[in-house]
Each structure stands twice: as C-alpha cells, then as structure tokens.
Design a protein around this ligand. Structure first.
Ligand code: AMP
Length: 306
C-alpha cells in the first residue's frame, strides 16, 4: 500500500559544533518520503522553486517516490538554516526563507486522493488540514508537528488533531502542548484531544507509544557513537514508521504492528543522523536495516530465551 507524504522540501544550511554545510537537500517531506520508501511506494506532495536540482526528481523516481504532486514554480525553494549546540539536541533556527512556500496551496493529483496511508509531515497545520480535506477517507493518518505551530497556530492544530490517528511529537513539544511535566500524563492528555495513538520522541533516549486503554510501549534509541547531523531524524522516524505500517497492515492497524513500526522508525532515524542531509539514507540498504533491527531486538531483551 502507498503512503502519501506532504511536508516541506528545503535547501538547508546546518552548523554543528564541528562542521558546517550549506545548500543541502532538506525539509520534512524529503526525509519522510525517502524513509517511507524503504517499505512502501510513496506519493510526494510539496513545492520547490526553479532553483531546485532536477537530479533530485530523478533520484525520487528511482526510489518508488511518485513526484506528480510536487509543484515546481517560479521563485526560490524554501530555505532553512540551523545551528546545534554541543549536546547535538538543542538547536537554534538561524534563518528561514519561506520563498515559494509562502503561497503554497497543496493540490492533490486525482490519483493521490484514494491513498490509504497519509503522513502529514511537519508543515503548518492549516496546510496539513487542506491536504486531508482533498482525500477520500484515508485509513490511517499520521501527523508530525513542532513547537512553532503549538505556539503560533494552536487552534488550527487542535482542529487537525481531531482527524489524526497518530500524532508524533517530541518530549518538549508534548510538555509544551499539555503543560504536564510527566510525559505519561502528556501522552494520555493528547489522546483526549483526538488522536487514538501518540508517539513521543525523546531523542537519544528513544520513544514512547500510547495506544487505547492501557496500551503503552517504550523503546530505547540505538547507541550511536558518532552523530554528525541530527537534522531530519524526527521526519525520518515518522516516514519509516508510516512506510512500515502501510507495507504490513492487514485488516486493521493493531498496537502490535505500531510497536514494530516505532522500532523501524527508530532504526531509520539512527541511520539518518550518521551523516549530513540525506546522504546516509541515500546509501542505506535493506540488509543494513534488517541488521540494525536485530540489534534493537537484542538490546531490549531482558529474559534469556530457552
Ligand atoms: P527535524 O530535524 O526533524 O525537526 O526536521 C528538520 C527539517 O525541517 C529541515 O530539513 C528543515 O528544512 C525543515 N524545517 C525547518 N523549519 C520548518 C518549518 N517551519 N516548516 C517546515 N519545515 C521546516
């Protein structure tokens, strides 16, 4: 089954305490689409300017990523620049140039409207809603968000939440959204706002998943020694998760399937941060994914198997 992915497509400049690189491919949809494509065909929705490299379109097409929904318009592609502090977790946005994003109104090609799985990667919640409104009853909707929208577009976000099956956000965003210090209380409170499932990312400390009733899952992160660029880890997590769900769902999206999807999202995110931009993901193989999945399994087993 396919996944429709909408979000930003960007040209990024990223500075860490040890390195700085400019004019990199970035954007929430770029990371999410590539991650999802390891498991399922992807239908990409976004906008780029006339400065955007044609080679990227060729690359997407080589990876089962349908680009009919990517508009290329006159003007410059969305640009973002960020700087990380020593913990490689805290980040400051240095600049943001919306450019062609300013007038972006996603229009879904006809063939996209029946897609069963939707990933609303991080963009303004009003745009995420605009995409949902053009769809014919998707089976499962995953949405990602960020602090900016919690602070500046709360009513749009609240409205969106009522139509989402799984919300993904990070720990500080969950706390900000609910004013709860406990992540457990925060997750349960967000569920009451609409989504039946909530995934809270904790960076190098893994992720929490909340389901119906007392369904709860907690997983660690892969113990990486070298992190080069954390940009896009969250989007990659969401993409890997949604792609895995679409590829393996049978009758319904069960909690058991979601648990595995969270692990595959974490596996993909752990590769993403090993290099700048999408460079590690571009070279990633199915064997490497399978090996790291096994490592995750071994790391979290605490009873010796008979
Ligand atoms: P993440 O590290 O998962 O938060 O995602 C980083 C990506 O999000 C970068 O490649 C940026 O181009 C993109 N990004 C940054 N700010 C925004 C924004 N306000 N809206 C959409 N995408 C953004």
């Amino acid at each position: 089954m396919s996944v429709l992915v909408v979000g930003s497509i960007a040209i990024d400049t990223v500075k860490t305490p040890v390195e700085e690189h400019s004019d990199l491919l970035g954007g929430s949809a770029s990371y999410a689409a590539l991650a999802a494509s390891f498991f399922s065909p992807v239908r990409l929705v976004g906008v780029v300017g006339d400065d955007f490299p044609k080679s990227e379109f060729d690359f997407w097409r080589s990876r089962k990523i349908d680009t009919e929904g990517v508009q290329q318009v006159n003007g410059k592609t969305f640009r973002w620049s960020g700087e990380y502090s020593w913990d490689l977790n805290t980040r400051e946005t240095r600049s943001i140039d919306l450019n062609v994003f300013e007038d972006f109104k996603p229009v879904l090609p006809k063939a996209y409207r029946h897609t069963d799985f939707v990933l609303l990667a991080n963009i303004a919640p009003s745009l995420q809603r605009h995409v949902l409104e053009q769809m014919e009853r998707p089976r499962f909707v995953v949405a990602d968000t960020m602090d900016l929208w919690i602070e500046t577009a709360r009513s749009d976000l609240d409205e969106l939440l009522r139509r989402v099956d799984l919300l993904i956000l990070n720990d500080s965003e969950a706390r900000e959204m609910t004013k709860e210090t406990s992540l457990i209380k925060a997750g349960r409170r967000i569920q009451k706002m609409g989504p039946a499932h909530v995934a809270i990312k904790k960076g190098e400390h893994g992720a929490l998943l909340f389901g119906q009733g007392d369904q709860f899952f907690s997983c660690g992160a892969y113990p990486l020694e070298d992190i080069h660029d954390p940009t896009g880890a969250g989007d990659t997590f969401a993409g890997g998760l949604a792609g895995y769900l679409a590829a393996h769902v049978k009758q319904n999206v069960t909690f058991e399937l979601l648990r595995k999807a969270v692990i595959y999202g974490s596996v993909l995110a752990s590769f993403c941060v090993e290099a700048f931009s999408l460079e590690r993901l571009r070279k990633l193989t199915q064997d490497e994914i399978a090996d790291r999945y096994q490592m995750f399994k071994m790391m979290s087993q605490f009873e010796v198997l008979a």
